[in-house]
Design a protein around this ligand. Sequence first.
Ligand SMILES: [Zn+2]
Length: 114
Amino acid sequence: MIEYREIREQLLDHREQLNRRLNQITREVRHSDGPLPSDFSEQAVERENEEVVDALGKAGRQELKQINRTLSRIDAGEYGICAACGEPIPEARLEVLPYSEYCVSCAEKQDHTG
Ligand SMILES: [Zn+2]
């Protein structure tokens, strides 16, 4: 069984970074909970910031989920095996798409079915 130690360490590293960034984002959102600036253009900027922060937070949380899922797949010995057909996923693919759960042909099928 391949342990994917390097990928695992990368994922753990990445998860830590993400957690830190998400904490920061959360703090920033709280900070902007105060009264809106009276100036209209400033209000617009503030709202835009909130939207960006919100989008970042969502993307970050989404990625955290993927990381956790991938880590548990590694721990379960399921990582690198296509979840649909059970064939090994080429390592080159995993390097580009470390979260992928499907081999190339199954991933394409999934795309077509949505
Ligand atoms: Zn497959």
